[in-house]
Write a protein that binds this ligand. Structure first.
Ligand SMILES: Cc1cc2nc3c(=O)[nH]c(=O)nc-3n(C[C@H](O)[C@H](O)[C@H](O)COP(=O)(O)OP(=O)(O)OC[C@H]3O[C@@H](n4cnc5c(N)ncnc54)[C@H](O)[C@@H]3O)c2cc1C
Length: 371
């Protein structure tokens, strides 16, 4: 029997879409060329930070805040369904300024967030010392955004994939989709090697590789890789209570003392691995935020590819080809936006009209340019 929906790619986006559609009662198959979570979704820091990432874009801020709240519900749901903790914690984010110009930027961010009804507080250096004593004493002020949260991406990915299977979705690892099969203006399925798998709907969630798949009505450069390098260490006790941004980087602390430091933003194509320059940059930023990290050991380092887009927003929803949808191009915020993306795809397949904010994510904006 044919599946109702084929999902191409088993990153967090593909797994989240599969989980949601399987809960809706659809027969779903996820085709993943490697194993689920092989790429960006396992490399991410897990920051759920719309107030720090999207404060200057009203639609992105609103969608990001909604998705962050969906994460809280999803974490409870997966705990109930599978007994798995995905590490959701509403730890808050602090953005630190080291110069008068950065301080002025924080004031601009504060006004913009307050205008959207977001709760945030301006901190003096004394507040910062009291709340997060490991922050560099050279900081001249900070903005605290207590709504924001974190999750542990690898735990989330495996829980969502297990949840999808529990609800009836099938995963086929080692299945590279070679072409999207389109005929008579509608999608018919996908080609794997010589075989075609048929389905009424195809959702392409192949991260940075999405627009390289033949058959899609997009220029191959519409979604492109932006490499990010990361370093992990640990401290006892945990160095911070909150996620701390500053000096162009960030430090994320897990409750067990693990510390993730990020990251670079590099347009180097699909060149894998880490570089001396990239790691030096991450170390410079992290030790500017927290000088005591200079004596910390390096536990791990890695890199992966954020799926970038020309306007920084993802491509989520229907294309002009009937039955063909995209769930890709989430750049720096794919972990944050995964539950919202799954919801929007489910609504689109059910034929529900999309909200004004969600229309900002419509793939049509790039399809028009391609045609
Ligand atoms: C260093 C770093 C830190 C980050 N930190 C954060 C963060 O703190 N918060 C946040 O919200 N976001 C963060 N991100 C961004 C986030 O990781 C991504 O936006 C998100 O993981 C994208 O998920 P995805 O499922 O679309 O892509 P991916 O996880 O890359 O998955 C795509 C999948 O598609 C598969 N695939 C590709 N082509 C094919 C094909 N032809 N056939 C079958 N399968 C195929 C791949 O093998 C892969 O498994 C970070 C990213 C990086 C690199």
């Amino acid at each position: 029997m044919h599946p109702d929906v084929i999902v191409v790619g088993g990153g967090l986006m593909g797994c989240s879409v599969a989980y949601r559609l399987a809960k809706d009662g659809a027969r779903v198959v996820v085709l993943e060329r490697s194993i689920p979570g092989a790429e960006a979704s396992s490399a991410a820091a897990g920051i759920l930070g719309p107030t720090v990432e999207s404060y200057d874009d009203a639609a992105a801020l609103q969608l990001g805040r909604r998705s962050r709240e969906l994460h809280a519900e999803l974490a409870d749901e997966l705990d109930g369904l599978l007994g798995l903790d995905v590490g959701f914690r509403r730890c808050g984010v602090v953005k630190v300024a080291f110069t008068a110009q950065e301080l002025a930027e924080l004031d601009g961010q504060l006004s913009s967030l307050e205008a959207h009804g977001v709760r945030c507080d301006r901190w003096t250096p004394a507040d910062l010392r009291r709340e997060e004593p490991a922050v560099n004493p050279e900081a001249v002020g900070a903005l605290s955004m207590s709504e924001d949260a974190q999750v542990e991406p690898k735990k989330l990915l495996s829980a969502v994939a297990l949840g999808a299977e529990r609800k009836g979705a099938t995963f086929r690892s080692g299945s590279t989709v070679r072409e999207i099969h389109i005929e008579g203006g509608r999608v018919r399925g996908v080609r794997l090697g010589d075989a075609v798998i048929q389905a009424g709907h195809v959702v392409v969630a192949a991260g940075s590789w999405t627009t390289l798949i033949p058959g899609l009505p997009f220029d191959s450069e519409t979604i492109y890789p932006v490499r990010g390098q990361m370093i992990a260490t640990h401290t006892r006790p945990p160095i911070f209570r909150r996620i701390v941004f500053g000096a162009g980087g960030y430090v994320v602390t897990r409750p067990d003392g693990r510390v993730l430091c990020g990251s670079t933003m590099e347009r180097v194509g699909f060149e894998r691995g880490v570089t001396f320059g990239g790691l030096a940059d991450v170390i410079d930023k992290a030790t500017r935020i927290a000088p005591s990290l200079r004596s910390a050991g390096v536990d791990e380092h890695w890199s992966s590819f954020r799926p970038g887009t020309p306007d920084g927003l993802p491509l989520v929803g229907e294309t002009r080809i009937e039955g063909l949808l995209l769930a890709s191009g989430h750049y720096r915020n794919g972990i944050l936006l995964a539950p919202l993306t799954a919801e929007l795809i489910s609504e689109a397949i059910a034929g529900k009209p999309s909200s004004r904010q969600a229309q900002a994510l419509s793939p049509h904006r790039f399809e028009e340019q391609a045609s």
